[in-house]
Ligand binder design. Structure first.
Ligand code: 6GU
Length: 231
């Protein structure tokens, strides 16, 4: 899978790309992530990428031209399955959408900045508009990193434990159950007996009931959805 990220702040993505699962995925050749600096696609002498908004008001708007040039340059090299714009007024990201994105071959992620991009870019090129939650970030780069991480870890082979991505919180619509490791007793607290029993069927039952309980208490909205679709 290939992810092209278009940004005016490429340095913001350096530590994300230089670490973690994403780096491993790249070095294994399973995922390619390339960052494109919008300033490399400007035509004006002083590399302008934004301007004042028509109609007045505070905040700059990202120019259409450099973004269009960058997108068209990428599109001349390969076909893209999705062109995603990161924006707080996009559709709130959920695991279901991440799963769907992870099955695509080539995607572009455009990071918004300032007041966002000229609306005509959205009309012309964008296939999906994504927000990562109901709060405002100063730019789309962190959101693009969040989305890329969530997608990359689902690509087969990226996570060494093949089953672990499938047992994440949210993957079955429930939060994950609590987990424990050594020692059995720590500061007077012991690991639930059942986990030491070696009875895998009972352990799975316990985990499932814990997941249900946790979801019911912490995320009644998810719990309602789960009961609606499973009962
Ligand atoms: Cl995608 N961008 C920005 N700037 N803020 C956000 C967001 C995206 N998602 C939530 N807040």
């Amino acid at each position: 899978m290939r992810i092209d990220i278009i940004t005016c702040l490429p340095e913001m993505l350096d530590s994300f790309l230089g670490n973690s699962i994403v780096k491993r995925a790249q070095s294994k050749g399973l995922v390619t992530i390339e960052v494109h600096n919008l300033r490399d696609y400007t035509t004006t002498a002083y590399k302008q990428i934004d301007d004042y908004q028509f109609g007045g008001g505070a905040g700059m708007v990202m120019l259409a031209e450099p973004i269009a040039t960058c997108i068209r340059n990428l599109q001349s090299q390969r076909t893209y399955d999705a062109l995603i714009y990161m924006t707080p007024d996009g559709k709130r990201l959920e695991q279901k959408a991440v799963n769907a994105f992870s099955l695509l071959e080539n995607i572009i992620i455009l990071c918004g900045h300032y007041k966002g991009v000229d609306e005509r870019i959205r009309e012309q090129f964008i296939t999906h508009e994504v927000s990562i939650g109901d709060y405002v970030l100063s730019s789309g780069e962190l959101a693009a990193a969040v989305l890329s991480d969530a997608i990359a870890r689902l690509v087969p082979g990226v996570i060494s434990d093949e089953t672990s991505a499938l047992t994440d919180s949210f993957q079955d619509g429930l939060l994950a159950p609590p987990v424990y490791t050594r020692p059995v007793e720590w500061e007077g607290k012991t690991v639930p007996e059942i986990l030491l029993s070696g009875n895998h069927a009972k352990i799975e039952d316990w985990r499932f009931s814990q997941a249900l309980e946790r979801t019911k208490n912490r995320r009644p909205d998810l719990y309602q959805n789960w009961t609606d679709t499973n009962q």
